[in-house]
Design a binder for this molecule. Structure first.
Ligand code: G4P
Length: 276
């Protein structure tokens, strides 16, 4: 990615609108020094609409160009071209002074696994030019996609590995599926999610499963297993199946539009981010 960054003018950084802090890797601030920057709040369709607005204000207040997008449906994508010109206004003016007119801005998409980089590139480029999938790092090959006379995009996204020193940030990344589920105890993760949802969106869970809150997350998971008929052989409940079902319902938006981080009390970030 360091090699590719040398070739570009603009970094288009995708974050997950449900967890805009946890889904950023602050290393990009160092790697992208001197480059124009644009932050896209992707998966905005899965996030709370009011929180999307609050996060937009947060980035704008920091002087960062930002936009809400849904790469799956293409909503918000059209507005990017205008914002790219704004984000690169200084570079364009500099080129003009040196007599270079009409050189397209070269951009690169970066983000942590599963944030929607491939889907975004496909949507923005308007054709299936990169593969998408649910496994991190599936995109291969390297070429420039000419989007219009003003903008060229590197077809290979830069993969930022999630970085966290804080448990809460790690948990948020696991909730959205940006960590490998195979190394996670899903029943524990489901209980953590239930604890968080109980505080932030209590009706989302009770409404979806038609049950009332129990006094502990573990009991609640048991109730979900019971009401969704998650049984092992015999009569015993399959809590792993219930946990998978809850996480899947959250990740796909079936629990409703949910944002887990707020700009008023964002989760702790690493030192580099604080230095910005
Ligand atoms: P990556 O390159 O950053 O690793 O992510 P990728 O594009 O592979 O996207 C990961 C998953 O996120 C895909 O779902 C994709 O459809 C979904 N996705 C991407 N952008 C958005 C968005 O704005 N809104 C919503 N709701 N989903 C989005 P998947 O289940 O892994 O694959 P698929 O079954 O959708 O193809």
């Amino acid at each position: 990615m360091q090699e590719n960054i040398k070739l570009i003018d603009l970094i288009i950084e995708l974050v997950d609108a449900r967890v805009p802090v946890a889904s950023r890797n602050p290393d990009i601030d160092g790697l992208g020094k001197g480059k124009s920057r644009l932050v896209l709040l992707n998966k905005s369709d899965l996030a709370d609409a009011a929180c999307n607005k609050a996060w937009m204000r947060y980035f704008e207040d920091k002087g960062i160009f930002a936009l809400e997008v849904n790469s799956k449906s293409g909503s918000g994508i059209k507005a990017i071209n205008g914002l790219v010109q704004k984000a690169c206004a200084e570079k364009i003016a500099r080129d003009r002074k040196r007599g270079i007119v009409g050189r397209p801005v070269r951009a690169m998409v970066v983000g942590i696994p599963n944030v929607g980089k491939s889907t975004f590139i496909n949507s923005f480029a308007g054709k299936a030019c990169t593969r998408t999938g649910n496994k991190p790092g599936v995109t291969k090959g390297k070429q420039w996609i000419r989007l219009n006379k003003n903008l060229e995009l590197l077809d290979t996204p830069g993969i930022l590995w999630p970085k966290f020193e804080d448990n809460l940030v790690g948990m948020h990344l696991a909730f959205i599926g940006s960590m490998n589920d195979e190394i996670i105890i899903m029943e524990e993760l489901a209980c953590d999610l239930l604890d968080v949802l109980r505080k932030l969106y209590p009706d989302a869970v009770t409404g979806r499963y038609g049950i009332s809150w129990e006094d502990s997350a573990a009991r609640m998971l048991t109730e979900i297993a019971r009401c969704r008929k998650c049984f092992l052989k015999g009569e015993s409940l399959d809590l792993k199946k219930a946990a998978d079902l809850l996480l899947d319902d959250f990740r796909s938006g079936r629990l409703g539009r949910i944002t887990l981080e707020s700009p008023e009390s964002p989760p702790p970030v690493s030192e580099q981010e604080n230095e910005r």
